[in-house]
Write a protein that binds this ligand. Structure first.
Ligand SMILES: *Cc1c(COP(=O)(O)O)cnc(C)c1O
Length: 377
């Protein structure tokens, strides 16, 4: 049996065990405890002093952000189509209407030109969108200079879904901090993990107080249980936060290892025609959460499915890029503005194994299998 190579696994080689034990010994395993505030403090340091509320998932952080923006039934929210469904599902939780926007080919994220066209068209149709959800896919920052100009021009706030982009930045400005709200995910496969978890960040102190209040069932600070509005059970627990604290203290190491895996692939693919990838624009820094490549169908004659199956036969896990949301059955009635970019990326893109502990020998093995399939074609 060939050694299996997973797409992306977490690595716990810091203080995870000792912090976990401390959380258990202190009997603080729920939504009170020191690791929660310590973890929030570390995220704050990494995001230039933004206020932080840790949550039980990235999805719940997006839900809170939209709720704080006052999104409700009938409102329209613009959202990048090329992303995981969690970017858009909270729009539906609030009874609002998503409107999907295509990506552009240099960052794979929301296309500023199409975004502006969409805003103008929605305005013409009589409704002003209430928010824009922008994603930093696979750790690559979106074109925030252009996006924020549009956001300011039309006075529509941005939520930055940086679920995959903790530690990424543009000109040193951290991803997560480019919009009015930012979110991170610490799900099991992200660059750092708390098992499941997330964070909401913002510069707005009052809003963040309210986020924390809403995330504990909107419980009033009172002598008995008192609730004046509907909240959520969304706060992170102290056990998860302990793991998260240990993980984030190692974030720089994790990023440099992930970037190294990407660089290795790039070098190994250097002389191969038809294989390309997404590069950092001037001033952009990607955490390279997953190493993603495009295998041009017209140049190689090879489909992503053939490649995926060839690697799977050798016990190597790969994955398609995100299937654009405008192609998902669940969103079939959602308006979409675009020009085929994300569809092309989906049909030719592949995520290769990217764990921080992936060995160079395994990377060579993966690329050799791909090369052999290309030669056979
Ligand atoms: C993982 C992810 C989320 C959701 O995070 P969860 O913690 O799994 O709820 C949201 N958006 C993107 C782009 C993601 O990759």
């Amino acid at each position: 049996m060939l050694k299996s190579i997973p797409l992306s696994t977490p690595v716990f080689d810091g203080n995870e065990n000792s912090f976990l034990l401390k959380a258990l010994e202190s009997n603080q395993i729920s939504t009170a405890g020191k690791f929660i505030s310590d973890f929030e403090e570390e995220i704050k340091k990494r995001t230039g002093g933004f206020e932080v509320a840790v949550t039980n998932s990235g999805t719940s952080a997006i839900h809170l952000a939209l709720r704080l923006l006052g999104i409700g039934p009938g409102d329209e929210v613009l959202c990048q189509s090329f992303t995981f469904c969690a970017s858009a599902n909270p729009i539906l939780y609030l009874g609002a209407q998503p409107v999907f926007i295509d990506s552009e080919p240099t960052t794979w994220n929301i296309c500023p030109e199409i975004l502006e066209e969409a805003i103008l068209d929605r305005l013409r149709k009589g409704k002003k969108p209430k928010a824009i959800i922008v994603v930093d896919l696979f750790g690559m920052p979106a074109k925030f200079k252009q996006i924020n100009d549009i956001s300011a021009k039309y006075e529509i706030p941005v939520v930055e879904d940086a679920a995959e982009a903790l530690g990424s930045s543009i000109d040193g400005i951290a991803c997560g901090t480019h919009g009015q709200y930012g979110i991170f995910s610490f799900n099991g496969n992200k660059i750092i993990t708390t098992g499941s978890g997330g964070a909401l960040i913002s510069q707005d102190l009052n809003a963040m107080d309210r986020a924390k209040y809403l995330s504990v069932q909107a419980r009033e600070n009172y002598k008995y249980y008192l609730h004046k509005e509907v909240g959520y059970n969304y706060r992170m627990n102290n056990v998860s936060a302990g793991i998260g604290l240990a993980q984030i203290l190692d974030l720089d190491k994790k990023i440099s290892l992930r970037r190294k895996k990407f660089e290795n692939y790039q070098n190994l693919f250097r002389d191969i025609k038809g294989v390309s990838t997404v590069l950092e624009l001037d001033g952009f820094f990607s955490n390279r959460w997953l190493s993603t490549f495009i295998v041009s169908n017209s140049e190689t004659g090879l489909s992503i499915e053939e490649l995926r199956l060839a690697l799977l036969k050798e016990n190597i896990e790969t994955r398609y890029l995100w299937n654009p949301l405008h192609l998902q059955p669940v969103f079939k009635d959602v308006p979409f503005y675009g020009g085929g970019s994300s569809e092309k990326l989906f049909s030719e893109g592949i995520c290769l194994p990217s764990s921080e502990n992936l060995s160079y020998e395994d990377q060579v093995r993966i690329v050799d299998i791909i090369k052999n399939n290309l030669i056979r074609k």
